[in-house]
Design a protein around this ligand. Structure first.
Ligand code: ATP
Ligand code: MG
Length: 409
């Protein structure tokens, strides 16, 4: 990508109403644009980060046999009325709209009801099970507070996976596979060390659900962890009874704030029963399908990673999610010509700052935008037939020969 050809501009200051670090930094660095509280546009750089996060999640889910779909955001009230969740008293974050031809539609805050209904067309026998279906989908929630940048949007991107099984054992087996896949996803996103599977309240059908909480000062959740962080609980279930139940009645726990980046639920019959998703089992009996659901906040993750990986100069993306690997600057006539040559054919990994700007401005922007490695080719480095590489994370710089640069980078 050539910065000279892009409308992306870095800003000296973030909008005054953007108080969250992630929002302010991402706006200043040209990744997102703020429309209003909790509503953001993703610009070319931001979109690339979202796509890289999605790519990692997609790879890990496909590995455990999941199938990707894309469902509609527009919600027919009918299936939601069967579960009681179309009511604003029951679910207080609905956006609803009137149809020109009469009647009401909702904008999906989640997709349990429609996917359970959809599967009635495809599941009839035990031979159809198990099934694991997911999507990356825009969700709409009329959240009361939206002051955490993209950590809490009124419109946001979620990965939601739903699983369908003929027995509780099979649901338990797959639930465990997802736990492991989630661990791999958060490791690959660079937040594995600070992300903990956390006991949370489970709803009606299972005792606990699990959240994946990333320790973060501005996180909206409060969690408690024991000495070696092997047991982590959300505040909502942190009490003596639960500690006894988990067999850790006397351990010392510390409190911290965290952001929920994902969660997993054993739904069992919570939606399949009222919606009537059934199958004929091997014994010829009609039974209700067992379900699980598994969410990840894709756009929230981008905000969490931005918060975690930043310093006083700007963003510091981990390589796996960075929009580009290299930030290229050419200085002087021959430096610029050589940079052009290097850029040719590397448009997808190199962000080329070919704008007519002073080198100082380009250096500052390279730090604000937070691409992992900066490559500077100048008349000075070319005097020894070299380029200068700088690691954004450590600030370390070193020289590589031009030949090596073209061959290995
Ligand atoms: P929270 O407690 O943070 O409101 P939730 O329990 O409502 O989350 P789910 O409905 O299970 O979350 O959604 C799945 C995932 O989507 C969450 O784990 C979170 O990462 C993300 N998420 C939820 N609400 C938002 C939001 N308003 N903006 C961005 N991401 C969100
Ligand atoms: Mg919520």
């Amino acid at each position: 990508m050539r910065l000279s050809k892009s409308f992306v501009k870095t800003l000296r200051d973030a909008p005054k109403d953007e108080t969250a670090t992630n929002g302010a930094l991402l706006i200043r660095a040209g990744y997102i644009h703020k429309e209003m509280a909790g509503v953001y546009d993703y610009l070319p750089l931001g979109l690339r980060v979202l796509e890289r996060i999605k790519g990692i999640i997609r790879e890990e889910l496909n590995k455990i046999g999941c199938e990707e779909v894309l469902m509609t955001s527009l919600q027919n009230p009918e299936p939601w009325e069967k579960t009681g969740r179309f009511s604003d008293q029951e679910v207080d974050i609905w956006f609803k709209t009137e149809l020109a031809s009469g009647g009401v539609l909702g904008l999906a805050p989640t997709h349990e009801e429609p996917i359970t209904t959809l599967m009635k067309s495809y599941i009839s026998s035990y031979k159809d099970l198990p099934l694991y279906v997911y999507q990356f989908q825009t969700k709409f929630r009329n959240e009361l507070r939206a002051k955490s940048g993209i950590l809490r949007g009124r419109e946001f991107l979620m990965k939601d996976l739903y699983s369908f099984h003929s027995s509780e054992e099979d649901l338990n087996r797959f639930y465990h596979e997802v736990e492991i896949a989630y661990g791999r996803i958060f490791d690959r996103l660079g937040i594995g060390e600070d992300t903990f599977e956390t006991f949370a309240s489970g709803g009606i059908f299972s005792k606990y659900s699990h959240e994946f909480q990333t320790i973060l000062p501005v996180g909206e959740d409060t969690i408690y962890y024991n000495n070696d962080k092997s047991i982590v609980l959300n505040k909502e279930v942190f009490n003596q009874e639960v500690l006894d139940d988990l067999g850790v009645p006397n351990e010392k726990f510390e409190e911290t704030t965290a952001a929920e980046v994902g969660n997993i639920f054993k739904l069992k019959f919570k939606y399949s029963e009222p919606i009537g998703l059934k199958f004929i089992d091997e014994d010829n009996q009609q039974k209700t399908v067992y379900m699980g659901c598994y969410g990840i906040g894709v756009s929230r993750l981008m905000g969490v990673i931005a918060e975690k990986y930043s310093d006083s100069k700007g963003l510091v993306w981990p390589e796996m999610v960075a929009p580009f690997k290299y930030y290229l600057i050419g200085i002087g006539d021959t430096g610029l010509a050589e940079a052009e040559k290097f850029y040719d054919g590397r448009e997808d990994t190199v962000l080329f700052d070919d704008r007519d700007r002073r080198p100082g401005e380009k250096f500052a922007d390279s730090e604000l935008i937070g691409i992992p490695f900066r490559i500077v080719i100048s008349d000075k480095t070319l005097a020894t037939n070299e380029a200068e590489i700088t690691d954004r994370r450590t600030g370390e710089s070193w020289r590589v020969g031009i030949k090596e640069l073209f061959e290995k980078f």
